[in-house]
Write a protein that binds this ligand. Structure first.
Ligand SMILES: NC(=O)c1ccc[n+]([C@@H]2O[C@H](COP(=O)([O-])OP(=O)(O)OC[C@H]3O[C@@H](n4cnc5c(N)ncnc54)[C@H](OP(=O)(O)O)[C@@H]3O)[C@@H](O)[C@H]2O)c1
Length: 243
């Protein structure tokens, strides 16, 4: 299989897009490490991916907004061949009502956490001359959504890092992004409620995405099938970028 003998780390791999990505990477032969803050959810996710109990999927508890936790994660998960920066925080607030702790939490989770996780894990990839990093960003890096100012700005930073890292870590480590549109996941329903369906209806394909549909693009970019792709973004948004 195309990811045989490779270790993949998926942050936020216990739910939604991350869980489906972890499932896809495991199916492609990778040994998979998933993370999240909730230990119980982590254990359940491992069981749903590794249905035969092979032990090739493991959970490491980590909070991406906390630098000490990011360092502990790099220690416990590494070395890895594939890193998917998927864990994200997306609370909505109008700019005039945004508080400072909320602003910092979003940037610490969506930018600072992945930044230092990459800094800790990429030396091994560079040393072995092989690696793939996939950052999960959003359609909101390109479109204005009221209430999504901090979230969109944080994911735009991650989109920018994708390009810098692609150049900085070339030629052996590839770095790409997947930018989902409105995708029906547990997390998005908690934060945005059924309003997410309205956003989906406004897309040319007329519906929200499914986590599995986003994961397909992530697994492709992580795989050798994408061997000539770096610094790019795959938009999986039902046509959202086209309108
Ligand atoms: N769903 C959408 O419409 C959509 C659209 C565009 C982009 N995205 C992006 O796609 C990614 C996944 O979204 P999703 O909808 O699949 O989310 P989800 O269903 O809420 O799942 C989020 C995952 O991330 C983990 N997580 C959240 N905050 C964390 C933190 N501070 N530290 C460590 N882990 C954390 C969660 O586990 P714990 O809660 O246990 O920590 C969970 O495993 C995010 O980056 C999001 O911004 C989503």
């Amino acid at each position: 299989m195309e990811l045989d003998n490779q270790v993949a780390l998926v942050t936020g791999g216990t739910a939604g897009i991350g869980l489906e990505t972890a499932r896809g990477l495991a199916a492609a032969g990778a040994e998979v490490v998933i993370t999240g803050r909730d230990v119980e959810r982590g254990k359940q996710a491992v069981d749903t991916i590794d249905t035969i109990g092979s032990g090739r999927v493991r959970f490491v508890q980590a909070d991406l907004s906390d630098l000490a936790s990011v360092a502990a994660l790099a220690e416990q998960a590494g070395p890895v061949d594939v890193l998917v920066n998927n864990a994200g925080s997306f609370p909505a607030a109008p700019t005039v009502e945004q508080d400072v702790p909320g602003f910092e939490m979003v940037f610490n989770t969506n930018v600072r956490g992945p930044y230092f996780l990459v800094a800790m894990l990429v030396p091994h990839m560079l040393e072995q001359g092989r690696g793939a990093i996939v950052n999960v960003t959003t359609l909101a890096t390109l479109k204005g959504y009221p209430g999504a100012s901090v979230y969109s700005a944080s994911k735009s930073a991650l989109a920018s890092l994708t390009r810098t890292w692609a150049v900085e870590f070339a030629p052996h480590v590839r770095v790409n992004s997947v930018a989902p549109g409105s995708t029906r996941t547990e997390g998005v329903l908690v934060e945005w409620g059924e309003g997410v369906e309205e956003l989906g209806r406004a897309m040319p394909l007329g519906r929200t995405g499914r986590a599995r549909e986003i994961a397909e693009a992530v697994v492709f970019l992580a795989s050798p099938r994408a061997s000539y792709v770096t610094g790019s973004t795959i938009h999986v948004d039902g046509g959202g970028t086209a309108v």
